[in-house]
Design a protein around this ligand. Structure first.
Ligand code: PLP
Length: 441
C-alpha cells in the first residue's frame, strides 16, 4: 500500500502544494498532511493504517459521522436511476420542501454546488434587488473564495499569511467594506458614510472561520435593525452553522431563545430573520452542495423570473440531493442537538480544567458541536482578539494530539466539530489526550 509520504510526494508534482484546498497542506502546524483511504463513523483510517478520532468532520458536513449507512443507501438508490439529468428532478423538490420547512425565513430556495457559489450568488442577488453596489462583511468571516468576499476572510487565507488574495482587482475590493465583528459603532459609521449605497450585509452569525466566535447578545438584532433602516439586505451565511447548531441554524437558536424568554418573562431576546440565508456543508450529506434562499420577493429576482442571472450544470444533482435529503431526515428523526451539546461541553470542560491545572490561559468558545481552543488570556470576540492566540503552543498541542490519534483542524483558526457518531468512549479518549497534550506544553 502507498504511504501518505509517497502519495504526498506524487501529489506535489501534480497538484499545487499537493492539495486541492490550501488548509489541508498543514502549513500552519508544520509537517506533512496524512492521506485518508477510508472514513467510518467518528474515525479516519489513514493510508498508513492509523485510526484517528476525527474532529474536523470533513470541515463540517459530517454531522452524522462518516459513511453513515442511511446516507450511503440513499445515494445507492439514487445511483440506480442515473447520475445527472440536466432537467428538473423530483429530489430537488423534496430538498426544497425540507429546507423551507426547517428554516422559516426561507420561502424559496435555489440549489447550487458549493458554499462559495451560494454566497457569491446571494451577494449578486442583493445587489440586483437593491440596485446598489457596496456590501459589508466582517473581518475573520469566511464566505468562500469569490472575489468580492475574499477580503479579511479568516482561516485558510489567514493561515497562509495573505488575508487578501492576489488576483482580486482593487476596484472590486473597493465595493466590499470590511468591519470588525461585534462592533455596533463601526456599523453605524459605515452606513452613515455610504448613504443609499449598501446592498447588503453578509455575516457568519456565529463565526466559525477564525476559530469559533459567538456574537454579543444583542448584536445580531442590532444588525437586523440597522439593515432594515437603511434598506440593505441581511444575509446570514449559515453554510457552516445551518443544521449544525439547530435545524434552522443560528436563526433557529435565536428564535428558540426569544420564545423561551417570552415564556419566562425574562428580558426581551429578539428573534432575527435574515432576508437571505446561505447553506452548504451538512445539506449535501457529504456530496458537493450549496443553497441560498430567503424572502420570495427577493428570490423571484433570479432568472428565469427576474434579471439576476445564476445557473449550474450540476445544480440539484440527484445523488447530492438524495444524500442531503437523507442527512436532513436523520436530523429530524434523531434531534441530536442536546446530546451533541453535552459532548461539546464535556470536551470544553476537560480542556479548561487541564489548562487551569497547568496555569495556562486558554479560551474555549463552544456551542453545541462546535468549539475551538485559543491559547490566549484575552476573551476572543473578533478577528483581532483571535489573533492573540499563541500559534506556537497550538502547533505543539495539535501535533501531540495527532500523535495520540486525535485529529483537530490543522490551523488555530478553524472550528472543531463533533458528530453523532462520536461515542462516549471516543469523547473520553479525546479528552484524556487533549488534557495530556496541555500538560505536556
Ligand atoms: C465552508 C464555508 C463556505 C464555503 O463553502 P465551500 O463549499 O467550501 O465553497 C462559505 N461560508 C462559510 C461560513 C463556510 O464555513
Amino acid at each position: 500500500m502507498t504511504s501518505s509520504e509517497q502519495l504526498f510526494a506524487r501529489a506535489k508534482e501534480l497538484i499545487p502544494g499537493g492539495v486541492n484546498s490550501p488548509v489541508r497542506a498543514f502549513r500552519s502546524v508544520g509537517g506533512a498532511p496524512f492521506f485518508v483511504r477510508r472514513a467510518e463513523g467518528a474515525h479516519l483510517i489513514t493510508a498508513d493504517d492509523r485510526t484517528l478520532i476525527d474532529f474536523v468532520c470533513t470541515w463540517g458536513p459530517a454531522i452524522h459521522g462518516h459513511n453513515h449507512p442511511r446516507i450511503r443507501a440513499a445515494i445507492a438508490a439514487a445511483l440506480d436511476n442515473g447520475t445527472s439529468f440536466g432537467t428538473p428532478n423530483p429530489y430537488e423538490v423534496e430538498m426544497a420542501e425540507l429546507i423551507v420547512r426547517f428554516v422559516p425565513s426561507i420561502q424559496k430556495v435555489r440549489m447550487c454546488n458549493s458554499g462559495t457559489e451560494a454566497t457569491m450568488s446571494a451577494i449578486r442577488l442583493a445587489r440586483g434587488f437593491t440596485k446598489r453596489d457596496k456590501i459589508i462583511k466582517f473581518a475573520g468571516c469566511y464566505h468562500g473564495h469569490s472575489d468580492s468576499l475574499l477580503i479579511k476572510a479568516g482561516s485558510g487565507a489567514l493561515t497562509h499569511g495573505h488575508p487578501d488574495s492576489a488576483g482580486i482587482p482593487a476596484s472590486f475590493a473597493r465595493e466590499t467594506i470590511v468591519l470588525p465583528y461585534n462592533d455596533t459603532a463601526a456599523l453605524e459609521a459605515a452606513f452613515a458614510a455610504n448613504p443609499d449605497q449598501i446592498a447588503g450585509v453578509i455575516i457568519e452569525p456565529y463565526c466559525g472561520n477564525v476559530g469559533f466566535i459567538m456574537p454579543d447578545p444583542s448584536y445580531l438584532a442590532f444588525l437586523r435593525a440597522i439593515t432594515t433602516r437603511h434598506g440593505a439586505l441581511l444575509i446570514f451565511d449559515e453554510v457552516m452553522t445551518g443544521f449544525r447548531l439547530h435545524q434552522a441554524g443560528v436563526q433557529g437558536l435565536l428564535a428558540d431563545q426569544a420564545a423561551a424568554a417570552a415564556v419566562h418573562g425574562a428580558p426581551a431576546s429578539l428573534p432575527v430573520v435574515p432576508d437571505i440565508t446561505c447553506l452548504g456543508k451538512i445539506i449535501g450529506g457529504g456530496l458537493p452542495v450549496g443553497a441560498f434562499g430567503g424572502r420570495a420577493d427577493v428570490m423571484d429576482q433570479l432568472a428565469p423570473l427576474g434579471p439576476v442571472y445564476q445557473a449550474g450544470t450540476l445544480s440539484g444533482n440527484p445523488l447530492a440531493m438524495a444524500a442531503g435529503i437523507a442527512a436532513l431526515r436523520l436530523l429530524e428523526e434523531e434531534d441530536p442537538y442536546p446530546r451533541l451539546d453535552a459532548l461539546g461541553r464535556q470536551l470544553r470542560d476537560a480542556v479548561l480544567a487541564a489548562a487551569v491545572a497547568k496555569g495556562l490561559p486558554v479560551q474555549v468558545p463552544q456551542c453545541g458541536s462546535m468549539f475551538s481552543i485559543f491559547f490566549t488570556a484575552t476573551p476572543v470576540r473578533d478577528y483581532t482578539t483571535a489573533l492573540t492566540g499563541d500559534a506556537t503552543l497550538f502547533r505543539r498541542f495539535f501535533h501531540t494530539c495527532l500523535d495520540q490519534g486525535v485529529y483537530l483542524a490543522p490551523s488555530p483558526y478553524e472550528a472543531g466539530f463533533i458528530s453523532t457518531a462520536h461515542a462516549g468512549a471516543d469523547l473520553d479518549r479525546a479528552c484524556t489526550v487533549m488534557a495530556g497534550a496541555i500538560r505536556a506544553l
